[in-house]
Design a protein around this ligand. Sequence first.
Ligand code: CDT
Length: 317
Amino acid sequence: MSRFINVAAAQLGPIQRSDTRSEIIERLLAHLRQAHAMGCQLVVFPELALTTFFPRWYMEDPEEVDAFYEKEMPGPTTRVLFDTAAKLGIGFYLGYAELTVENGRAHRYNTSILVGQDGKIIGKYRKVHLPGHAEHEPWRAFQHLEKHYFEPGQSFDVWRAFGGVMGMALCNDRRWSETYRVMGLQGVEMIMLGYNTPVHNPPAPEHDDLSMFHNQLVMQAGAYQNGTWVVGVAKAGEEEGCEMIGGTCIIAPSGEIVAACSTKGDELAIARCDLDLCHSYKSTTFNFERHRRPEAYGLITSRRGAIAPADVEMSPA
Ligand code: CDT
């Protein structure tokens, strides 16, 4: 059997701080229209797709900071995305900064939503693995203050949509095998994942030459080990002096890349994804029910950091 979904991985080139929301949304709309013209049912946008990657700056003025967040979704400027999606009959995944008030307290998250072909929100995901640091670290060429600007999300959920089981993750989540496995255990068939990844990692510059290799390594492994499609979408190119990797691609449950962007600008990579391909991996090598041994995995949820066994000094015989 085949269950096809035509997916567009909608890479964005850089977004500068001076770009207005309306200008940025025009670029997203162009992607939606082009993807629709090419027969797609789903468009996947990057993480924080409505703004520049603002956690690269330490800011103290709350008004300046809050301007980067969406207070409602859809809101006055984003509604056109939902209306266009409904008109074209095309769904989308969108990453953005969310500001919400609960019981009189403000909460800020690095969020993505999945919107159906009717323009209605199907599900929301809040980034679990927030990288970087919480305090200003002036020694860095640029900051990575996600731990300062966002609270972590608490779960990896999946949704029945687009004829399959859909999951969401954001950027740094893709480096953690737990991300894929928790969704794998809920039968996920397609994980959508937007990212903003600088080429240069200030605490580990020795990894810079490997940034694209690591990007593909983690997403291809996550796809194969869980028998799922993975759609990884970059915001790429030189944004405010910070060079970000591209590498947007669509990965099959075999772990193979089946479509990829070749530039660092606005570009679509399109694939006709058969969700039934997942079955051949989920029912053989990665038949979880048959082969997993959760009784041996207790440390995964009971321990956070690594603790090596004590170094026992051998006494002379
Ligand atoms: N946005 C985001 O999560 N970026 C991180 C940078 C970490 S530096 C290795 C990422 O994992 O790509």
